[in-house]
Design a protein around this ligand. Sequence first.
Ligand code: ADP
Ligand code: MG
Length: 355
Amino acid sequence: MAANNLQEVCRYLENNAELLKVSKKDNDIISPNNLPDFADVKGQETAKRGMQIAAAGSHNILLIGPPGGGKTMLARRMPGIMPDMTREEVLETTRIYSVAGLLNPDHPLIENRPFRAPHKNASAASIIGGGRIPRPGEITLAQNGVLFLDEFPEFSRDVLEALRQPLEDKVVTVARAQATHTYPADFALIGSMNPCPCGFFGSDLECACTPLQIQKYLSRISGPLLDRMDLHVEVPRVNYEQLRDRGNGESSAAIREKVIRARDIQKKRFSRHKIRLNSQMRPADVKKYCRLDEESEFLLKNAFDKLKMSARAYDRILKVSRTIADLEGCENIKVHHLAEALQYRSLDRKYWRQA
Ligand SMILES: Nc1ncnc2c1ncn2[C@@H]1O[C@H](COP(=O)(O)OP(=O)(O)O)[C@@H](O)[C@H]1O
Ligand SMILES: [Mg+2]
């Protein structure tokens, strides 16, 4: 039931008034069939796989490549492969939209998983939260869903740096003169970017930028921020043969089935915990649920030294490996799961460290 204010709640409890009963209204729920479909995306198999993993464990993903490869197209297809929100998630999300004053009075229940795509020129307060009268920002409105930052490096430096803390803690603290406010901020981040101002650095077309321009552009995504992107995926230009291919790629419905199965496994695993998803694991959970066999341990140790990985990256790789194993229905993480997770961590060498 929904009330406009606490007075209405009191009157209801004193049996003096009725409250609006909220039922599931089918026409307000976006059916997955009405969302854009992954079947329209030609080629880009690695990127599609990355999106599937990100959706399954609610991991962050960075899509990088030249203009026109389909980065925006891929990101916009994420909602179509995510499961419906659980009742718990519906209530939690509705509470946030209520605080933000964003509920539809005719149907005050948020049932569609959030997909927020703020513009790159949006202010830090509107994205992170805050303002003179503090309000939750886009990162809080994305709770339980997706935050899509298209043209990632072109967001203001304030926004990019302020993202670091919530990406780690999954809550955001906004300090004001009078008080501090903490809002939830647990979402999967999709960042999409060209590798340089002209867009063609590292591609098969000639790049018109100077090394300094490239370096300046890439450095907007700082090391600590890049470290928080669990999966780095290259989205190259599709070639003519791929584009004219009449066959359909894997459909969103088929991918969604796999994501749902992987999420069910996670739900069971964490049934006695406060968390629901692999990305939410605390270090103690990682220790318990991401055990490696000897062969995997050896691979990870080598990669750790070679890629000069941080402790943060180490934990994130294990969480992604866990999700990859869940997608395969494997109880234990095997070496090929870990190897795949590591593969999504090699792009910073191609772009950031080279530039
Ligand atoms: N892999 C692809 N398969 C099918 N169409 C594509 C693909 N990549 C790009 N396109 C077409 O090009 C347009 C631009 O793609 P877009 O997602 O905006 O690229 P980007 O964000 O990487 O610059 C799309 O709307 C689509 O029509
Ligand atoms: Mg784009």
